[in-house]
Design a protein around this ligand. Structure first.
Ligand code: UD1
Length: 452
């Protein structure tokens, strides 16, 4: 295996990882001719949302952190480019060159810079996850304020309040958060008023090198948190309780290198499970772990779709006849994930009956509603909820993607619709779905990318 370094963005010396396979530009569209029942197998990749904090963990040690089962996605490239700017050496190995299931070797021997610049944080909010590790290792970090995004204001106050509890001083300067801890971080009890995945991860990262004990109360319980704790423990951190509401971290002097395999992507599993359901199909999701999709499984079973564990993963199979509408409310894990809400809405748009879909995690996460309506869906917005009355058949239409999960819901709707659906602004999809069209086409979907 040969290491393939990642150059900084805009580097004249070499190319960054090119996620577009040479098809750069934001004008690409996906064209779907719907109505095909999907049948076959889809390989599930490593979780994007686990990989991002794991990559940030590399900043905590001068030794090499090797992450395997890393997905090939635009967000991973963005984080790699940020780490390179901070002085991390990033090597990419893997079967199929830089494609599926890569291994990233991250070595932060020296931190060259402690700033996460606006252009990267704006592109991807998870860039904020370098705050905790930089503060812990260098006693300083400058991170651009993320500002608003398509699915709400999404502040980072919980990250900042937590860092303050660990002894950091926070100043706001020219749109940047300047955090300093000249005497190092000191463990403390942090009680989160609301559950935040990112803040839990950022504070876990910071607390590993703080002096003494940190107690995170009302912590997020997502599987990605457990994965991060496993990796940090392999690096020498002392962490207990990850996956529960309270995480206790005993700070250590130093962390070392480790090897860690990223867990499967439960949102990718869920998206393809819904693809099987919406087309009346039967798909085996290879490498999927049924334990990661408990809430979705219950909801799918209630619609009349079978979800079973197989030797190599999970099989999702629609029974004969139309599926039933089922209400759904998004909640922190182990509840139904907000990242599957848009896909669920597409499914309900074609189901029998009426379903109320309530979004409790993000404000303004219903931008897919007007686009689904363009395809003939019957959806009424009612505050933080959408009431969907299933129609017999959606109709293909030109639609526009607004964010990652909204865009995939439009493709799912297109798979079930009569005629042709053209989804534009699909660069959002490349942030979270690897070889998306290829995987669906292999199961019988008529789907292709028109390069703009
Ligand atoms: C992560 C996921 C994202 C998912 C979300 C909720 C990653 C990279 N992204 O995002 O895909 O949709 O969890 O499962 O893992 N909040 C505050 N203050 C803060 C932080 C968050 O008010 O400092 C609010 C947010 O606006 C939101 C809620 O808390 O309403 C949950 O956000 P959070 O769990 O932090 O989401 P992310 O970590 O950004």
């Amino acid at each position: 295996m040969s290491a393939d370094p990642v150059s900084p963005p805009d580097s004249a010396a070499g190319a960054t990882i090119d996620r577009s396979g040479g098809r750069r530009g934001g004008l690409d569209q996906i064209c779907i001719r719907g109505g095909h029942r999907l049948e076959g197998a889809i390989q599930i990749g490593g979780a994007k949302n686990a990989t991002l904090p794991l990559m940030a963990a590399s900043l905590l040690t001068g030794e090499t952190l090797a992450l395997s089962n890393v997905p090939y996605l635009a967000d991973i490239t963005t984080m790699a480019n940020l780490l390179v700017q901070l002085g991390v050496e990033v090597g990419v190995n893997g079967e199929n060159g830089m494609r599926h299931g890569r291994t990233l070797e991250l070595s932060a021997r020296e931190i060259a810079d402690t700033t996460a610049p606006y252009d990267l944080v704006r592109k991807m909010r998870a860039s904020v996850l370098v705050l905790g590790p930089l503060l812990a290792r260098c006693g300083e970090a400058r991170v651009s304020q993320p500002g608003g995004c398509a699915i709400g204001t999404r502040p980072i106050d919980l990250h900042l309040e937590g860092m303050k509890r660990l002894g950091a001083e926070i100043a706001l300067e020219d749109g940047y958060i300047h955090a300093t801890a000249p005497k190092g971080l000191v463990g403390a009890e942090i009680v989160f008023p609301t559950v935040s995945v990112g803040a839990t991860e950022d504070l876990m990262l910071a607390a590993t090198l703080a002096k003494g004990e940190t107690r995170l109360v009302n912590a997020a319980r997502e599987p990605e948190i457990v994965d991060l704790a496993k990796c940090l423990s392999a690096m020498g951190a002392e962490i207990e309780g990850a996956g529960g509401k309270e995480i206790v971290i005993q700070g250590v002097e130093k962390l070392g290198g480790a090897e860690h395999a990223v867990l499967p992507d439960r949102i990718e599993i869920g998206t393809y499970a819904i693809a099987a359901a919406i087309t009346g199909g039967n798909i085996e999701l290879q490498g999927a772990d049924i334990g990661l999709i408990g809430a979705l499984r219950q909801a799918l079973l209630a619609t009349g779709v079978d979800v079973e564990e197989t030797e190599g993963g999970v099989r999702v199979a629609a029974r004969n006849g139309r599926i039933e509408c089922v209400d759904m409310t998004t909640e922190p894990y182990p509840g139904f994930p907000t990242d599957l809400q848009a896909q669920w809405m597409a499914l309900m748009a074609t189901a029998h009956g009426e379903a109320k879909i309530t979004e409790t995690i993000f404000e303004n996460r219903f931008m897919h509603v007007p686009e689904l309506s363009r395809m003939g869906a019957d959806i009424r917005l009612d505050g933080g909820a959408a009431v969907v009355r299933g129609v017999e058949r959606l109709k293909g239409a030109p639609v526009m993607a607004t964010d990652l999960r909204a865009s995939v819901s439009l493709v799912l709707a297109g798979l079930a619709a009569e005629g042709e659906t053209l989804v534009s602004r699909i660069y959002h999809l490349d942030r979270g779905y690897e070889r998306f069209e290829e995987k669906l086409a292999a199961c019988g979907a008529e789907i292709e990318r028109d390069i703009g």
